[in-house]
Design a binder for this molecule. Sequence first.
Ligand code: C2E
Ligand code: CA
Ligand code: CA
Ligand code: CA
Length: 278
Amino acid sequence: AKDLGRNRYCFYTGDMHAQAMAKLELEAALSRAIEREELLLHYQPKVAAQTGEVVGAEALLRWQRGASGLVPPGQFIPLAEQSSLILDIGAWVIDRACRQLRQWLDAGQPVVRVAVNVAARQFAAGDLDTVVAAALQRHGIDAELLELELTEGMLMSNPQQGTAMLQRLRGLGVKISLDDFGTGYSSLAYLHQFPIDTLKIDQSFVRRIGEVPDGEALVDAVIGLAHRLHLRVVAEGVETPAQRAHLLRQGCDEMQGYHFGRPAPAESLQAMLSQPRG
Ligand code: C2E
Ligand code: CA
Ligand code: CA
Ligand code: CA
């Protein structure tokens, strides 16, 4: 009924109406989530493949919506991305990650580089470098401690503008990682041109290791490609010792996944960092 002329009635079924209402409600609640302090970051460790040492962490957004428990990002980020809400949320995530690093530093605790996810709209807005620089400055954080995870699609939708933004971000000293690599609209020609530091192999490829015939082919190829381009490779979604062993054999630099640790509150990551590995 979407393409009916503006003078025609649009009939909703009861079901569509309920869905539309639920979406509006969710949006209204989400737009107040920041001021109500209902958003929080969980952290998942990234370990060095060779030593198993925790060398980084990915910040993953959670929404503690009233009494209804933790809402996973898949249930609200896409909605936030439909409006400028994602800009406020995205800036909040960057600020919070820097604030967390500051808290650890002030407490004399060990710190590792923290990676935050960036949404397409947030990247396209054109002021991400300003937002990042302000957060780093506000909390007195060395840019080397911050990494941004972007996807290929964000860069490919406007390669020139994307490259210029990446250059500004890297000029600050921030690291750049291409997330979900291999799942999107990628161009190997541009990959060579984009100023990035790391490729993150998507978990859908990692899952195939030892599971389907030649399931390793893509993972092995991406690791080879990345190293030829002098990029680091991180594998995400590593769940089993067999996956870990294969990735290690192939020279993957870092790994992340339930096998090493689930996303959890900051204290859990700090506990891993503070304990000697056993
Ligand atoms: P992503 O960036 O690809 O993050 C990895 C997702 O895989 C996370 O889901 C993580 O919890 C999950 N994961 C990690 N290890 C394993 C594993 O071993 N097995 C399996 N099955 N899953 C694993 P999560 O936290 O639900 O986040 C989903 C997506 O939401 C993220 O995918 C990212 O695209 C988005 N997201 C999360 N936080 C933010 C944020 O602050 N800003 C934006 N724009 N997007 C975010
Ligand atoms: Ca990510
Ligand atoms: Ca990913
Ligand atoms: Ca993903």
